[in-house]
Design a protein around this ligand. Structure first.
Ligand code: ADP
Ligand code: MG
Length: 259
């Protein structure tokens, strides 16, 4: 009789898609027999195990979809090395609340100061908070949009980049855009405006965006939408990598070590 009940329980767990419980049922039953938890504690531990497992799977799937170029964590970021960063703002952004308001984040700073590191780490935190994220470099984004336009697929491609709750565009401004590309970027920004968040990293201050986009009017229209509901993180200082090398004595004498 108990074999029949056992089979029925397994069958129902499968129907309810409670995969973690399906896998762990016998172990959990044996543990309960030994520990004799209350009915409520037993139910609580079953449900917690299943919910945790589903969350882990969802995050793993979200991380795959996000296409981060490397693994970077917020707790690996050395804030002391970069005192210009508003750490409180970074921690607030990591809660993912800005996503629900479709607010944007702009990360300004020279090369090597940790912009991409923070972008990936914040993206990860946003995935963990339950939102969809896609990471792309500005160059890859514009190449994909231009190709789609040539193939008559621009609408679909814009739809693809408009879909994630957070789109991270890394390294805007390292290469100036062609006029057509700048217009494609404008279309994407306009499409996401007040619907989904953009996180942009750039080495160019806003005043230089006219040169980046090759057109002051277009740059102003892009900035207008990007900045309307936005948080700005401005990182100053030297490249982190060079500083570490300098510390290790690779790049010169005592005077540089003092910096
Ligand atoms: P950027 O995108 O601003 O050019 P990156 O984020 O690529 O800079 O940083 C360059 C390297 O230095 C990366 O490996 C990054 O993890 C590391 N890095 C930069 N700043 C920090 C920091 N404050 N703490 C820890 N690692 C850092
Ligand atoms: Mg970078």
């Amino acid at each position: 009789m108990s074999a029949i009940v056992h089979a029925r329980v397994l069958d129902n767990l499968v129907r309810l898609r409670l995969g973690h419980l399906v896998e762990r049922l016998d172990t959990l039953l044996a543990e309960a027999a030994r520990g004799e938890p209350t009915y409520l504690d037993f139910l609580d531990s079953l449900l917690r195990g299943e919910v945790d497992s589903k969350q882990r799977k969802r995050v793993a799937m979200g991380m795959t979809i996000a296409h981060f170029p490397s693994v970077k964590m917020l707790d690996e970021f050395d804030f002391k090395a970069q005192p210009s960063i508003d750490q409180r703002l970074v921690r607030e952004l990591a809660t993912g609340r800005f996503i629900t308001q479709a607010e944007n984040v702009l990360l300004f700073g020279p090369p090597g100061v940790g912009k991409t590191h923070l972008a990936i780490a914040l993206g990860r935190a946003v995935v963990e908070a339950g939102h969809s994220v896609l990471f792309t470099s500005a160059t890859a984004l514009l190449a994909a949009l231009s190709r789609a336009e040539l193939d008559g697929q621009l609408g679909d491609k814009l739809g693809f980049y408009a879909k994630p709750k957070l789109l991270i565009v890394d390294e805007l401004g390292y290469l100036p855009f062609e006029k057509r590309s700048a217009h494609l970027f404008f279309q994407l920004v306009a499409r996401r405006y007040e619907k989904g968040s953009l996180l942009v990293t750039t080495n160019q201050l806003v005043g230089q965006w006219g040169q980046v986009f090759g057109d002051d009017v277009l740059a102003a229209a892009i900035l207008d939408r990007l900045l309307h509901h936005s948080h700005a993180l401005i990182i100053q200082g030297d490249s982190y990598r060079l500083r570490m090398k300098r510390k290790a004595g690779v790049l010169g004498g005592a005077s540089t070590l003092q910096r």
